[in-house]
Design a protein around this ligand. Structure first.
Ligand SMILES: Cc1ncc(COP(=O)(O)O)c(C=O)c1O
Length: 382
């Protein structure tokens, strides 16, 4: 009997790599200065560390260092992008306008947009195609004379589908609409260059790519007006005041470097394991289906519905064997809005598993997980 469940929940978060922990270490005790206190040596050292971290992250993304604004994570980056730009634009125009998004976005996008709706903005939440991808035609039809912003995620956190962002960006550009993308699940996992993708604003997070929790960034193209969400010491170009957590920024930069270094080979490894997982499950079990496009998908994501079983019993039986989830880590146990948007009913959505793989997943673990899931499902179907 194994003591700890096998981890197939790498999309909710990842462990900090040892190399990341090591580079962060001196910034907790030896070099504990405040990066804004540049009158003393400790502060100068801390400020230099932040500068270097910003340089490294910008190198990984092919942007300039001044385009990287540190935040507490992708949630805050999304809020800053959406609330910040919408409010700045409304101030300039004298009235709120129209925003387009996708109904399968993470709540860190949907909820700030719902707040903007309460502030008078019009928000259209477009449903996806049954494979989770956004229809370009539907997007084209959704533009209004007053549309000024669209927010479309790069890779979905539940079903892993990768949206055709450069085509989406082209449509937005043609209409003079600014495009934000939540790339929390994509940064470090797929090659990412916001400029070639045509993004104006992009949110990223460190803890999805083996970095520390509590730090992320908003990538901002030049000349985009943003109203800050907080006011204070003017840090982060006046957009995100407050003392930057130096160890976390240093750790995020190291995690980004490591993630970008072995991306191609890791993706191949993960894709093979993911395919082993899917083939094993479909060989052993009838009546299971894959949620989301198979071809336009993160290499480490599987999301499956197991028909003919009760979701709560399935999850209860698997709990001690496998760590996985039925939806986003932030959905607080309610049925996945993403799966419902794909057309699944409540029963199907709750009998679904998000199985996400990571750098430490082995083929043996996948084989064991296939056995566990098959045994549990056969038992529940008896
Ligand atoms: C797509 C997406 N956006 C935003 C977030 C929130 O990121 P953070 O925890 O860095 O605030 C997550 C994390 O689950 C996510 O998957």
């Amino acid at each position: 009997m194994q003591s700890t469940p096998l981890n197939f929940d790498y999309q909710s978060t990842t462990p900090c790599l040892n190399e990341v922990v090591e580079v962060m270490r001196p910034y907790w005790d030896e070099s504990w200065g405040n990066p804004s206190s540049r009158q003393n040596l400790l502060g100068i050292h801390a400020s230099a560390a932040i500068g270097l971290a910003r340089d490294k992250i910008s190198n990984c993304l092919n942007v300039q260092p001044k385009h990287v604004v540190f935040t507490s994570g992708a949630t805050e980056a999304n809020n800053l992008a959406l609330l910040g730009y919408a409010r700045a634009k409304a101030y300039e125009k004298g009235e709120p306008g129209h925003i387009i998004t996708l109904s399968t976005e993470h709540h860190a996008v949907l909820d700030p947009l719902r707040q903007l709706r309460r502030e008078g903005f019009q928000v259209t939440e477009l449903g996806p195609n049954p494979d989770g991808l956004l229809s370009l035609e539907r997007l084209n039809d959704a533009f209004q004379h007053n549309t000024f912003l669209a927010s479309i995620m790069l890779a979905n956190n539940e079903i892993g589908v990768i949206q055709p962002l450069s085509l989406i960006a082209q449509l937005c550009r043609d209409r003079g609409v600014l495009l934000h993308s939540d790339a929390a699940q994509a940064f470090g996992c797929v090659p990412l260059n916001p400029h070639t993708l045509g993004l104006d604003l992009m949110s990223i997070s460190a803890h999805k790519m083996y970095g520390p929790k509590g730090i992320g960034a908003l990538i901002i193209k030049d000349h985009i007006p943003l109203q800050p969400l907080q006011w204070g010491g003017g840090q982060e170009f006046g957009l995100r005041p407050g003392t930057i957590p130096v160890p976390l920024a240093v750790g995020m930069a190291k995690a980004a470097e490591l993630a970008c270094q072995d991306q191609e080979i890791r993706n191949l490894y993960l894709k093979n394991l993911r395919d082993q997982f899917w083939c094993g499950l479909t060989n052993n079990l009838e009546n299971i289906s894959l949620n989301g496009s198979f071809n336009h998908r993160l290499p480490h994501n599987l999301n499956i519905t197991i028909h003919g079983v009760q979701g709560n019993r399935l999850h209860r039986e698997l709990k001690s064997l496998i760590s996985c989830s039925s939806g986003s880590a932030c959905s607080q146990g309610s049925p996945s809005h993403v799966l419902l948007a794909l057309g699944l009913n409540l029963k199907e959505a709750s009998a679904s598993l998000r199985l996400s793989l990571g750098r430490f997943t082995t083929s043996k673990e996948v084989a064991t997980a296939i056995e566990h899931i098959s045994r549990v499902v056969n038992k529940l179907r008896e």
